[in-house]
Design a protein around this ligand. Structure first.
Ligand code: NAP
Ligand code: F7E
Length: 321
């Protein structure tokens, strides 16, 4: 039985990856940071199937202990301060967790058992002010937020450990991916949740920032398969994972409200509070390397994703009402 340790187990991707690995008969361990209230909502349905290990990317000793305790074949580093907007408010903290967290984990692996395979959750935010479109593994990076800069450090330190110590360390450069388990502050879930609340008469309006920015949105459930595939290859490499389609935030709003038969223009207002000091205007990935080498392709398209998220929020909020 293969063994995997997932950091960020309570997050969106952690929950889908845990499901995926359990279906492949892995023994799954999840690194969980201490908190005054349990955050296991995303993995409640997996209760009893995951072994939790208390630890934090800020605490090297806890990571060494987690590796010793889980004895994993594969480590997936999904933990991060992952909200771009918050990274301007807490830039040092974001660098510590999202950036240096990766090297703490790589060191824990190197010192314990350097044969363990390592996956780093890199991000399309590293392309930032994009230097070419679509973005590939060869596109130069130009991060536009403390989060993007921190991810870039984590990305290069992963490459560096691969080249310095011959470790199996791979990075997935994942474009935005969403799901019904997406955190409520990210724009897609903020939109589907608010649209449903408006439909149910629980809210009157939705305040948003930049409606013009374009994102390549896929489904988290599809993307975790690519993470696993990267660790099953002969050699560790880096891969862009994306749909190749790009849509504006406005198009997402229109589609989500449209699913509910609502005219979004009556409810959506712009608010400066949600604008960013520096914006990533356009992301559009080219994942042909992953298609060729990993035989990976996304299954859920933009409209199916919007529908899935709206339907889930409608079910949840109707029940709670
Ligand atoms: P998420 O839902 O925000 O989950 C982040 C996870 O990290 C949570 O489980 C959180 O635990 C944990 N965490 C935060 N700080 C930690 C710390 N100091 N020590 C240990 N754990 C900590 O993120 P996601 O959307 O699943 O994304 C997974 C990873 O992929 C992240 O690294 C993200 O930056 C990256 N990424 C995401 C996307 C995307 O579009 N979703 C795209 C590219 C890359 P708590 O529950 O305790 O807060
Ligand atoms: O913003 C605009 C905002 O916060 C998307 C993370 O998973 O993907 C995610 O980062 C766009 C931006 O995601 C609001 O300005 C407008 O242009 O949903 P988001 P993100 O910043 O793209 C990458 C790949 C990651 O790696 C990250 O971890 O939407 N936008 N109005 C808004 N965004 C938010 N959150 N809220 C608004 O009201």
């Amino acid at each position: 039985m293969k063994r995997a340790l997932i950091t960020g187990i309570t997050g969106q991707d952690g929950s889908y990856l845990a499901e995926f690995l359990l279906a492949k008969k892995y023994k799954v361990f999840g690194l969980e940071r201490r908190s005054s209230q349990s955050k296991r909502e995303n993995i409640a349905h997996l209760a009893g199937k995951i072994e939790f290990i208390s630890g934090d990317l800020l605490d090297e000793a806890s990571l060494i202990r987690a590796i010793n305790q889980s004895e994993p074949d594969e480590v997936y580093n999904l933990a991060a301060q992952s909200f771009v907007a918050a990274s301007w408010k807490q830039p040092v903290y974001t660098s510590e967790v999202t950036g240096l967290g990766a090297v703490r984990l790589l060191e824990a692996i190197r010192q314990t058992d350097p044969k363990i395979k390592f996956y780093q959750a890199s991000s399309s935010e590293m392309f930032g002010k994009v230097q070419e479109t679509p973005q590939t593994e060869k596109t130069p990076f130009y991060p536009r937020s403390p989060y993007g800069v921190a991810k870039l450090y984590a990305h290069w330190i992963t490459v560096n450990y691969r080249e310095s110590y011959n470790m199996f360390a791979a990075s997935g450069i994942l474009f935005n991916h969403e799901s019904p388990r997406r955190g409520l502050e990210f724009v897609t879930r903020k939109i589907t949740n608010a649209a449903v609340k408006i439909k149910l008469g629980m809210e009157k309006e939705l305040l948003l920032g930049n409606l013009d920015s374009k994102r390549d949105w896929g489904f988290s459930g599809d993307y975790v398969e690519a993470m696993w595939l990267m660790l099953q290859q002969k050699e560790a490499r880096d891969y862009v994972i994306s749909t190749g389609e790009t849509h504006t935030v406005r198009e997402f709003v229109e589609a989500a409200f449209g699913e509910l038969g609502l005219d979004w223009k009556k409810y959506v207002k712009m608010n400066k509070e949600f604008m960013r000091p520096a914006e990533v205007d356009l992301l559009k990935g080219d994942s042909s390397k992953a298609a060729k080498e990993l035989k990976w392709k996304p299954k859920v398209n933009f409209h199916q994703l919007v529908k899935m998220m709206v339907e889930n929020d409608l079910k949840q909020l109707s029940n709670s009402k």
